[in-house]
Design a protein. Sequence first.
Length: 285
Amino acid sequence: MTIDSAHLTAEGRLARPEIRDTGLLRQSLAITRRNLIHIKRMPEMLLDVTIQPVMFVLLFAYVFGGSIAVGGSPSGYREWLMAGIMAQTIAFASFIVAVGLTADIDKGIVDRLRSLPIHPAAVLVGRSVSSLMHSSIGVLIMSLTGLIVGWRIRDGFADAVLAYVLLLSWGFAMIWVGILVGSAMRSVEAVNGLMFATMFPITFLADTFAPTEHMPSWLRTVAEWNPMSSLVQALRELWGNDVPAPADAALPLQHPVLSTLIWVVVITAVTAPLALRAFNKRTRD
């Protein structure tokens, strides 16, 4: 093994490598690449965005679909269903980032990264980007599966793109929820328990898999003010799969696109500072 003389001092000792400021963007991309390589080496991590969404689509479309009547949808329940399945999958971006972040903290990976001369936010930005890319794979697979079972985008290209942008924006907000939970919980098991106990009721108690009109009045009110309902209704409207909201529906369902944007801003504005504080406290202790 030889050592380049340029790295030796005048006394013949090894010189300290030059430390250059690479910037937040480059550091975040490096951590994103590290997380994606982790997925590549453990492809079973993709099961939740490949097999699970397809299973949900087929299960609801062919098993439960015949028992749920949706009047007014261009192609019946199967088409009406797709927005709910996609919203559920992207909401689970919070689950992915929470589990991944907690595992990295427990294994000391975050401590090692923060010991390097990098921006403190690079760890969270890299984890967020990789988690959003992870969830986007599920959205793509569900879109292809939906085409097979009869789902179609019936409105224009611009509206279709806006729907996917809303979906990813919702995923971004959910990522901050996941960072908060992953930083506050002390183990992966605790994260799993909390996320299952909260995310499943939130995604099912909404206008995702069944219309809200047939729910008891108090439950219907809760479901229609659930942020998931406005997201799902916005997707259906933009894709042309919608059933017009009843005249007595809650305000978010009357203006679903605007309501979804407001929810994204509010959730991010509330959870992001709390998540950053929890993460800094957890990694500093």
